[in-house]
Structures are given as structure tokens and as C-alpha cells.
Design a protein around this ligand. Structure first.
Ligand code: PLP
Length: 452
């Protein structure tokens, strides 16, 4: 048994693990923001995650505010989710045939978001947005897609221009390997600027297949849509015969039972609501396993094969083990869960704001539901951050010492200023207490930072 375990034994510390990883994997990671590019140092190689905590190869435990970049709404390894996965795995890992679990997950999505009349399950958020764009082109017969600077929709060729998330963290304008033809079919507009959208429709109206937008952007830091922005997109797309794709991969089933769409529309009279043509979901919908989805009006969704001519497929789409994790997660994510996550977000974001204020760091904490992030700098403090240009103008250099002070104190933050902090239902008093204890020293470290 010992011999069999030798190869699986993790190296003793993070530095050794990272050196070994860089020898085998580009940049040592399988997704760029994990590499600590903007904060420096060795990424923590994790061996386990439970509730609000993660543990690295050196055996050190951290309070986690990354939450696997979104899926861990209930905290890590919720016992009922793990049991559902074990039970499903014991019945078979993948069938390549339909299962009742997939139907139940689609029905659960529709219960929460009734406009998602038909739902197609895929494995990643990238697949969901890529398919949504193809579907919009297939339905309208038009080539162009409008996206907003600072919004991230996965690593789809045509959606990488001025993208948020890791593309923003690495200060990249887009990606090598994207053809000019593909880039030319994407119109990139400033976020929160309806006049720019109107102008784009005035110029290219009959060639625009869709506008895709993060329901509330959280990949350039958290930038709430201004009042009426999403509704305005709905109005303009409808007027011009284009589809509206609401990307809820990050916000869906996290900021409310019905995602960001639910937050903006709850309590409104039915005829005052706005509804996109297509939603994309990911992250929480898989509870930590690879599930994502797109959904929308049956009349649009049924253009997908095999009912319609727009092709989309996947060997592992609707994988039974992944679906079991997603279903268990959504079934556990009730009002109490959402209330608790929001309360944790309030406590932590308030403490973050006061620690920075006490330390004299100019900043603005922005929030959408239970998602929040901090922007450093006078301009952000004074005017708030409404666009990618605003987000890029912040004092990025303050993040590195702030991040490392938190990490040294045992708190795992996103290693990028352009990401949201992810709270969970498992963040109890102890875990939150450890975050609050760590904040004042980290704020002082941010105060002492100087531009490189
Ligand atoms: N859309 C949004 C809003 C996201 O935040 C992400 C991932 O962070 C994606 C799409 C892509 O999802 P995935 O990483 O599962 O491909």
C-alpha cells in the first residue's frame, strides 16, 4: 500500500510543489489566476477543503474567501452534497445516455428562474456562453455580438476582447490566437453606457445577433449595473431584433435563489419585469462539479439540436455524478442559506471598509447581493467604479501587500483585485472572527504600499 501511495504523496511545501508543477504544466497551473501572477509568491497547493476552510500541502489551514471561484455557496464538501456524489458515483460515472437527474436539475433551474423554460446542461461556463452566442446567431441569422469591456464570459475566442478576470489581472488586451475575423465580429462597449449601446445599434442594428452582459459584473471587481441598465439593454435588443444574453455563471443561484435576475425583478409587477432571451449559468449549479447550463424561452432554446439546426453536444454534458452535486446543492440552498451568506458579506465588507478607513487607505467597497470587492484609490473612493476604465485606474499596487498580510494571517483571498470575495453558508463566527482579526494589519500594509 505504501508503494502505491508514493507517487500520490504531495511534496512537503508549496514552493516545492510549484517548482514541480512548472516543470509539468504551463505556468504551473491549470487556470491562470491561480498562479499568483499579480501578487507574487507561491500559490497554495491545496489538499483538502471543508466548510469555510482550505488546507495546503504544508498542512496550514486558511479561512477561504475564494470558494473555488464561486461554486462553494454552501462551503466546501457539504456532507449531504458529498453523500449525493458518492451515491451517484457508485451507480456509474458516466452513461452517455439521458438520466432523470438531468431533468430534475433543469426543472429546479426553471422553478427558480421561470423564463428558463428549456435548459441545456453543459460542463463549463465557457461552453454555456459559447453555445448561447452560437444559438443567438443561429436564431437571428446575424453575425455580430456586443459585449462590455471588463465583463468575462469564459475563454470563448470572440468574447476574450477586453475581458475581465484573469485577462484583466494579467493586463492583457485579449488573447493571442484569436483571429481578426473572430475579433471583428465582437463589438466591445463601455459598461454602464446605454448611449454607447444605442449608437452601436444605430450603426450596426440589423447585423447584431446579441448583446451579452454579466448580470452584474464581478470579474473587474464588483461593478453594479446602474439603475435601468439591464432593462435598457432589454429594450434596445427587442427594438432591434437582437437577443439579450444574461450571463449569470457567477451570480446565478449565488446572489439570490433566482440569481441577479431575481434580485432586480423580485417585488416588481409582472409587466414591469425585464427578462433576457437567454441565461447562462455555471459555478453554483454544479456545487463544485463540472455543470453549467443555458436556458431561455422554449421558442429560442428549441433551435438547439436535435430539435433545431444549431449544433451543440458533449460527451460529459449532464454527467450523472456532477448533476448529483448540483441538485443536492440547489436543494440545500434555501432562504436561510442566502440570508446567512448575505449577513456574512455585510459583516466582512463592513469590517474591510472600516479597517481601510482607519489605516487611511482611500478605497471603495462595492457590493451586489452577497458579492463584494474593494477598489483602492482616490478616484474610486470619490466617484465609485462604474466601468472597466474606472476599475483599471485604481491603485493596484496596494493589493499585493494587503493580500499577503491576509494570507500570512491565515485568510485565503482571491489573488487578484479584479475578483469578488466569495462568502459561504459555512462561514460561522469562528471563521468570520479570523477574517476580522486579520484585516487591520492587512489594511496597514496596504497603507504603507508605494507604486512599483
Ligand atoms: N461567465 C462568467 C460571468 C464567469 O465568471 C465565468 C468564470 O469565471 C465564466 C463565464 C466561464 O466559466 P468557466 O470558467 O466555467 O468556463
Amino acid at each position: 500500500v505504501e508503494t502505491a501511495l508514493v507517487g500520490a504523496t504531495p511534496p512537503a511545501d508549496n514552493h516545492t510543489a510549484f517548482l514541480r508543477a512548472q516543470d509539468a504544466i504551463p505556468g504551473g497551473v491549470n487556470s491562470p489566476v491561480r498562479a499568483y501572477g499579480s501578487v507574487g509568491g507561491d500559490p497554495r497547493f491545496l489538499t483538502s477543503a471543508r466548510g469555510p476552510y482550505v488546507t495546503d500541502v504544508a498542512g496550514r489551514e486558511y479561512v477561504d474567501l475564494v470558494g473555488s471561484w464561486g461554486p462553494a455557496l454552501l462551503g466546501h464538501a457539504h456532507p449531504e452534497v458529498v453523500a449525493a456524489v458518492q451515491e451517484a458515483a457508485a451507480r456509474g460515472l458516466s452513461f452517455g445516455a439521458p438520466t432523470v437527474g438531468e431533468v430534475e436539475l433543469a426543472e429546479e433551474v426553471r422553478r427558480r428562474v421561470p423564463a428558463a423554460e428549456h435548459v441545456r446542461l453543459v460542463s463549463t461556463g465557457t461552453e454555456a456562453t459559447m453555445t448561447a452566442v452560437r444559438l443567438a446567431r443561429g436564431v437571428t441569422g446575424r453575425p455580430l455580438v456586443v459585449k462590455f469591456a471588463g465583463c468575462y464570459h469564459g475563454h470563448v475566442d470572440g468574447l476574450l476582447a477586453e475581458a475581465g478576470s484573469g485577462v484583466a489581472t494579467l493586463s492583457m488586451p485579449g488573447s493571442a490566437g484569436v483571429t481578426e475575423a473572430s475579433a471583428a465580429e465582437t463589438l466591445v462597449l463601455p459598461y454602464n453606457d446605454l448611449a454607447a449601446v444605442e449608437a452601436a445599434f444605430a450603426e450596426h442594428g440589423d447585423r447584431i445577433a446579441a448583446v451579452i452582459t454579466e448580470a452584474a459584473p464581478a470579474n473587474m471587481g464588483v461593478v453594479p449595473p446602474s439603475d435601468g441598465f439591464n432593462a435598457g439593454l432589454r429594450r434596445l435588443t427587442s427594438q432591434h431584433g437582437a437577443l439579450l444574453i444574461l450571463d449569470e455563471v457567477l451570480t446565478g443561484f449565488r446572489v439570490s435563489e433566482a440569481g441577479y435576475w431575481g434580485l432586480e425583478n423580485t417585488g416588481r409587477a409582472a409587466d414591469a419585469r425585464w427578462t433576457p432571451d437567454l441565461f447562462t449559468f455555471g459555478k453554483v449549479i454544479g456545487g463544485g462539479m463540472p455543470v453549467a447550463a443555458l436556458g431561455g424561452a422554449a421558442s429560442v432554446m428549441d433551435h438547439l439540436a436535435p430539435s433545431g439546426p444549431v449544433y451543440q453536444a458533449g460527451t460529459l454534458s449532464g454527467n450523472p455524478v456532477a448533476v448529483a452535486a448540483g441538485l443536492a446543492t440547489l436543494r440545500l440552498a434555501d432562504e436561510m442559506v442566502y440570508d446567512h451568506v448575505a449577513a456574512v458579506a455585510t459583516t466582512v465588507s463592513d469590517a474591510l471598509g472600516s479597517a481601510l478607513e482607519t489605516a487611511g487607505v482611500p478605497h471603495r467597497v462595492q457590493r451586489v447581493g452577497s458579492l463584494f470587492s474593494v477598489f483602492f484609490g482616490e478616484a474610486a473612493a470619490r466617484d465609485g467604479v462604474r466601468s472597466y476604465a474606472d476599475a483599471q485606474a485604481q491603485d493596484v499596487y496596494r493589493h499585493k501587500p494587503f493580500f499577503h498580510a491576509m494570507l500570512d494571517a491565515g485568510v485565503n483571498l482571491p489573488p487578484s483585485l479584479f475578483e469578488a470575495w466569495f462568502c459561504s453558508a459555512a462561514h460561522d463566527e469562528d471563521a468570520v472572527g479570523r477574517i476580522l482579526e486579520a484585516l487591520p494589519a492587512a489594511a496597514r500594509a496596504a497603507a504603507e504600499a508605494t507604486p512599483d
